[in-house]
Design a protein around this ligand. Structure first.
Ligand code: PMP
Length: 331
């Protein structure tokens, strides 16, 4: 990272007390404001560590190409990091992801390959496709091709052990009772759970799972089963990734979109914080965990990205109406 100011500005995000969630539970519920990262999301951390580790291991050099399958945020984080290391970037993204994320990726100079959203079991799944593209390119590119492989590359989890967990511990002066978040790759949950439990094994760790994801049933009943669906992006999965495998989870909650959206709409009104859907799933889980643990506890969750990244969806009356989701009176 050296003296690079952009890369140095990844991490060390503020920890914000969420007033309504705290009052409702008589706990202190804090959100780690990851939208302050230069790429605007929690995924900048993993992007930085994955690229720097590949450079260190001589997998890639100046002029080489990074390839990744992403719901968008990891791609944006990689675009920020690749620019600083003079690397090219090819992104495979499901068509269903927000236009705001896709446009940002293009504006940041990534080559975008949009594919149909199909399950991981399908050979045309975006993650598998990104691997194939990287393998093909690697045959001819002399500067190196890196398949970032955020789902199964555990450098992702390490980035959160070394940065996110450490920051949460310091920002709460070690007085953190619990941490909870949702899972895309599982890097955040695994890394923070390992980092915090290394400091104090009594810290409780929760999983906030959206509908349509199989992890709630995996934690509760040891079965990968899903029901329902969710309009949230970047979270929820049907398989156990190498990153999630490492997560130390004590509690799991299943969260409906309706509940998550009402929380983020209230935050816009009452605290002037505009968040994406996954943050709503996280805060809803934090409230449930706070109720279980009882009053007076300090609980931390992740505010993954900004709501501006989903202006055309969750902050759009027409979209909400079509999906039969709650519409705030101020929209
Ligand atoms: N929220 C959003 C908006 C994301 O894009 C992601 C990553 N895909 C996550 C949460 C989950 O983070 P992780 O990959 O570390 O599980």
């Amino acid at each position: 990272m050296g003296n690079n100011l952009i890369l140095q500005s990844i991490g060390n995000t503020p920890l914000i007390r969420l007033k309504q969630a705290s009052e409702l539970t008589n706990c202190n519920i804090y959100g780690k404001a990851e939208y302050f990262n230069p790429g605007g999301s929690v995924k900048d951390r993993a992007a930085l560590f994955i690229v720097e580790s590949a450079i260190k291991n001589k997998q890639i050099e100046n002029g080489g190409t990074v390839v990744e399958g992403t719901a968008g945020n990891t791609g944006i984080g990689l675009a920020v990091v690749c620019k600083e290391y003079n690397l090219n970037l090819k992104i495979v993204i499901p068509k269903t992801q927000s236009i705001e994320k896709k446009n940002t990726l293009k504006e940041l100079g990534a080559e975008l390959i949009e594919v149909d959203a199909v399950p991981y079991s399908d050979p045309n799944n975006y993650i598998k496709k990104s691997k194939k593209i990287a393998e093909e390119l690697g045959k001819t590119n002399k500067k190196g091709v890196l398949w970032a492989n955020q789902f199964d590359n555990i450098v992702n989890c390490e980035s959160h052990i070394k940065t996110t967990a450490e920051e949460i511990w310091n920002q709460t002066s070690g007085k953190v009772d619990a941490f909870i978040c949702s899972v895309g790759t599982g890097g955040t949950l695994a890394g923070v759970s390992i980092g915090l439990k290394n400091k104090n094994k009594n810290i409780k760790i929760g999983l906030s799972d959206p509908m349509g994801s199989s992890l709630y049933s995996y934690i509760k009943f040891n079965k990968l089963e899903s029901k329902g669906n969710s309009i949230t992006e970047g979270i929820g999965t049907s398989r156990i990734t190498k990153n999630f495998e490492k997560a130390l989870v004590d509690q799991a909650y299943h969260i409906e979109d309706k509940e998550a959206l009402n929380i983020i709409f209230d935050l816009v009104k009452n605290q002037k914080i505009i968040l994406g859907g996954s943050s709503g799933i996280n805060i809803a889980g934090a409230i449930k965990l706070a109720k279980k643990l009882g009053p007076g506890k300090n609980i931390v969750t992740i505010l993954c990205d900004s709501g501006l990244r989903y202006a055309s969806k969750i902050y759009n009356k027409k979209f909400l109406k079509e999906k039969k989701l709650p519409i705030p009176e101020w929209l």
